[in-house]
Write a protein that binds this ligand. Structure first.
Ligand code: SAM
Length: 260
């Protein structure tokens, strides 16, 4: 039996994906994890900790990102936002300016940097620790990561952007305790909590983002399941123009695009 199979055997009944978990773990340690690392891995998986948070690595779009307990694990659903930006801004040679609101690991804006080599931009987050993670993921130092709170800070000093992206916290507070353990216990609460109806961040952003836009800017919001109508109506009330929506691989409306 190979080492991967041995570890997978120990994960049976603990994880739904024992072989995959063991493969990621062993690949990370180049097939030579110590006995202590293996024991730690099994124990942490038993407690529901995701593999990504244990090995501090999560694949998103075209590369691996460093992750820690201070950032949301990048999700495959969020890749819909990258696809949406690419469709709306097809010229990858242009030096677009982008703003990422609630940047977390930086996975969204840094993936855009990988597509648009001339892109410049700013990633903001309220969490100092998350910003440190984002900076660590930005090996080429392409993005300026700034501490800002979108509920209380004014964005007037940031200038104007062509592309504005956000995957804000959008889970209704009361639903957080119903989420699976790997999310509820290991993603930061602040990255999940969207307030009573889950829509607090959109409510605020619909109000403050105009000052960061010019006539051709586009805003890309990731949204939760079933939130499209409410977010569209909020944006409509603030005189934004709905451009398009995009579905994720599960067929759920995941990204809404607006212009001024
Ligand atoms: C759902 S996570 C998204 C992280 C990353 N952009 C992604 O897509 O994986 C939301 C992020 O918003 C940040 N955040 C929460 N409240 C905030 C606030 N009031 N101001 C700025 N950022 C905030 C959190 O720290 C978290 O990093």
């Amino acid at each position: 039996m190979s080492l991967i199979e041995k570890i997978a055997e120990q994960l049976k009944g603990i994880s739904d994906t024992p072989l995959l978990d063991a493969r990621f773990f062993c690949a990370y340690y180049q097939n030579k994890p110590s006995e202590a690392k293996i024991a730690d891995f099994i124990q942490r998986r038993s407690a529901g900790e995701p593999v990504s948070k244990i090995i501090h690595q999560k694949g998103f779009w075209k590369r691996d990102f460093y992750v820690s307990k201070f950032v949301l694990d990048p999700r495959p659903d969020s890749e819909t936002l990258i696809e949406a930006v690419k469709e709306c801004f097809p010229d990858v040679t242009k030096a677009y300016r982008a703003l990422d609101i609630g940047t977390g690991s930086g996975c969204l804006i840094l993936s855009l940097c990988d597509e648009y080599r001339q892109l410049q931009g700013i990633g903001i987050d309220v969490s100092t620790e998350a910003l440190a993670v984002a900076r660590q993921n930005d090996a080429e130092n392409k993005i300026v990561f700034k501490e800002k709170n979108f509920y209380t800070d004014d964005f007037g000093d940031l200038g104007q952007f062509d592309i504005l992206i956000s995957n804000p916290p959008y889970i209704p507070t009361a639903d957080i305790e119903k989420l699976e353990k790997s999310v509820r216990l290991f993603d930061p609460f602040i990255a999940l909590d969207g307030g009573k109806d889950g829509l607090n961040a959109y409510r605020r952003l619909s109000h403050i983002l105009k000052k960061c836009c010019h006539s051709k800017s586009m805003v890309f919001f990731e949204i939760g399941q079933g939130q499209a109508e409410a977010v569209c109506s909020m944006m409509h009330n603030e005189n934004w123009r709905f451009v398009k929506s995009y579905r994720d691989l599960g067929g759920i409306t995941r990204v809404l695009v607006f212009s001024v």
